[in-house]
Design a protein around this ligand. Sequence first.
Ligand SMILES: [Zn+2]
Length: 168
Amino acid sequence: MPKDYVSPQHGHDGFNCPNPECEAYARQQWYHAIAGFDKRQLDPTEFRLWFPNISIAQCDKCNKPSIWVDGTLVFPESYGAPASSPDMPDVIKGDYEEAQAIFSQSPRGAAALLRLTIQKLTIELGESGKDLDKDIGNLVKQGLPERIQQALDGVRVIGNNAVHPGSD
Ligand SMILES: [Zn+2]
């Protein structure tokens, strides 16, 4: 994830494009959805429906739209997380990309996959992979920044609750 990644937010003037082929930080132009009737094009201004709850942002970089209903991004539907980092180890890239792909359809499934990803990452970093809480604690002792620790703990707890409610 680029460190200056700005996730898409409804109504915001600039963010990283949710289109998987673009993902660049770009200015976004916002529009409301207006539908016209196909068979009554004689006077198009007269036969239009305005949908105030549907908005469309157009990316200045790729010109492609993202579509938002009631403030929630619904297209592109594969959007959910930034692309994997180029230096992400291969053993976790597949799980990360699967989590990214299913995020909008199944946030719980994505959270569980991300937890697995972190478990594999701690093994890559020389920890046991058996007790994630302890592994993260050991990484902190080796100098892992607190901000990263909080993010990892968040995924650990949320990902765990996604599969085993109420336990840690
Ligand atoms: Zn774009």
